[in-house]
Design a protein around this ligand. Structure first.
Ligand code: SAM
Length: 218
């Protein structure tokens, strides 16, 4: 049985349009947000890059008041909904923007869920470079993204993505390619967790830790 969106998260988003209501419920059931939240430090600054409607940001903020969460996304409508969901808490902020609008501050952890396959190789390099420069040494980068295996799950994921993003170019990477990319930006890969069991999608969680000797921390 896939998990239902918890009432304390759903409550934050009322009222929702029928499409948003369907999308948020489906997204929660298909994404291991609880597992990702559990990987993060219990306090400190967390960036949710490409946060969409901000459900994961809200979960991270609600689970530990000593965390401060920033959600960033370039979709104006999603950020407007996310901002509405967070009006009565001061440990969370949402910003409209992309990598060029990112912070001069230091984060303890960064999460990116299903964002990497929306980024070209060039953009993903720019973003990983920026993230490695704004994470503290030893800070965590947790990425959820589509793997190319098992093939039938990858194919199903591709069909869903195509329906939701008919005009976008999508950039799927194998886990081998993702690991190479992370290492290029001084992330030690601490874990690769397939999360497709019981789901028709081929998602994997990558857990990266910024090495203390990264160029940006020197
Ligand atoms: C599949 S959605 C995932 C949203 C959210 N992370 C989640 O798990 O529900 C991908 C999101 O990435 C955002 N995105 C893509 N490229 C971006 C960029 N360069 N800067 C900021 N956000 C971006 C999109 O606007 C979209 O909301």
């Amino acid at each position: 049985m896939l998990p239902k969106i918890p009432p304390e998260i759903l409550r934050l988003y009322q009222p929702l349009s029928p499409w948003e209501s369907f999308y948020l419920r489906a997204r929660w059931r298909l994404c291991p947000f609880m597992s990702i939240e559990a990987l993060l430090p219990p306090g400190g600054k967390v960036l949710d890059f490409g946060c969409g409607y901000g459900m994961l940001s809200n979960l991270i903020s609600l689970r530990a008041p000593s965390r401060h969460v920033q959600g960033v996304d370039l979709n104006r409508n999603r950020i407007a909904v996310a901002k509405r969901s967070a009006i009565d808490r001061d440990n969370i902020d949402f910003y409209l923007g992309d990598v060029n609008d990112l912070m001069v501050e230091t984060f303890d952890a960064v999460v990116m869920t299903d964002v990497m396959h929306h980024l070209s190789d060039q953009d993903s390099r720019i973003i990983l470079r920026k993230i490695s420069s704004c994470l503290r040494p030893g800070g965590l980068l947790v990425i959820l993204d589509v793997d190319r295996r098992p093939f039938w799950k990858f194919f199903f994921t591709y069909l869903v993505d195509r329906c939701l993003n008919p005009r976008s170019t999508l950039h799927y990477r194998s886990s081998k390619r993702m690991i190479t990319l992370l290492k290029q930006f001084s992330f030690a890969v601490k874990g690769i967790v397939p999360v497709h069991e019981g789901l028709p999608l081929s998602d994997v969680i990558y857990i990266g830790e910024l090495e203390s000797s990264s160029p940006s921390s020197q």
